[in-house]
Design a protein around this ligand. Sequence first.
Ligand SMILES: *Cc1c(COP(=O)(O)O)cnc(C)c1O
Length: 455
Amino acid sequence: MSNRPLSALPSVDRVLQQDASMVLVAQHGRAAVTTAVRGVLAELRAAKTPELGAADAVLARAAENLARSSRPSLRPVFNLTGTVVHTNFGRAQLAEEAIEAMAAAARDPVNLEYDLETGKRGERDAHVEEILCRLTGAEAATVVNNNAAALLLVLSTLAARREVPVSRGELIEIGGSFRLPELMARSGCRLREVGTTNRTHLSDFADAVGPKTGLLLKVHASNYAIEGFTAAVAEADLARLCRERKLPFVVDLGSGTLIDLRRFGLPHEPTAEESLAQGADIVTFSGDKLLGGPQAGIIVGRADLLARMRRNPLRRALRVDKLTLAALGAVLRLYLDPDRLAERVPVLRMLARPQGEIRAMAERLRPLLEKALGPESTVEVIGCESQIGSGALPTQRIASAGLGIRPGGDRIAAALRRLPVPVIGRIHQGALILDLRCLRDEAGFAAQLSQLTRL
Ligand SMILES: *Cc1c(COP(=O)(O)O)cnc(C)c1O
């Protein structure tokens, strides 16, 4: 180590005079490179490590910092956690048709709120309302930012300053600070808890309904299941009670889906159409869960109630942009051809993927990963279980396959996260599990494994 004094650090100009700085300037611009060099010199001064201050070393460090800070924060990853619709990884991946529609809407002006027939102002909902009605049997539909926003709009429009009875078994919290009681309070309505955690009867609702009641709400148990000695009130019974008492009946389906998942060999998940057929006046669900679309909250149901929501000033605050409408419209149009849905909607394709196909991929990738990790690790092909995620069918598991890596699961997980396209698995009993159900780009995954040795 040299004993070079702090004052011997090179000047910014001296660092920038090197030939290598030209490439950096061409890439990032002079101002950014100067700032980066200044930053490195300041770091060396603060750390009292002038011996690291040779001009070429300073420039190399500045180049590293520039590369890091110019990389987008939001990056593609391989979600090999086994949770298909994972909120932390952006939920549904969009169908190519939706991506193209978004790009087109992003690039050019669009008739977002413009009626091409009349040449007058139009409604942004018009782009998806008809198809939503067709797919669900509803009279009317609107789209807002997400399902939490949908509930906020519904409750604040139909039940402000009124009571809303909800079963104690349905007072849910969903990850990321969505708690139904708190959302209800913010909507301006008063939650009236009825029944018990495990059992709620129609009579509990009938007793709770009075002149102050605004509506009845049923919330789909999305991320939990109550088992054992249980009773819940069927939608049809609640709908009948609501009709008798002239109250709107609202169902929050959470994930919801537009199609019976049994056609893909999956367990049944309630559809919006079924809830409406059972007598729901309003149904809300997410666009980016099982539906496989962009983040959105979809509200379908009675036209007179939807008209009231359209007049609520909150709707303006919760509205979606042209990109969301473009993507949602494209995904909804795919639902008109259910036979090809599983090929085209990635969420459904990944959920319907047969275990044998996933296992074959695991067999192909096992030796590549073992070689990349070196002799300390063993990689095995394993059977594992995927889940849908985001609150759909919470207790159902789907047989899957993947790679189990041990020992040193945590250390290897960290190395995989540092790859150019980070790989995210899950740790189970000290082993790192990579569930390959959601691996679509096998070649891309394999190609970057050689970089593991350097991490
Ligand atoms: C996921 C979920 C929500 C929230 O939907 P977001 O689209 O995430 O806002 C609300 N209710 C239920 C039952 C859910 O499962």
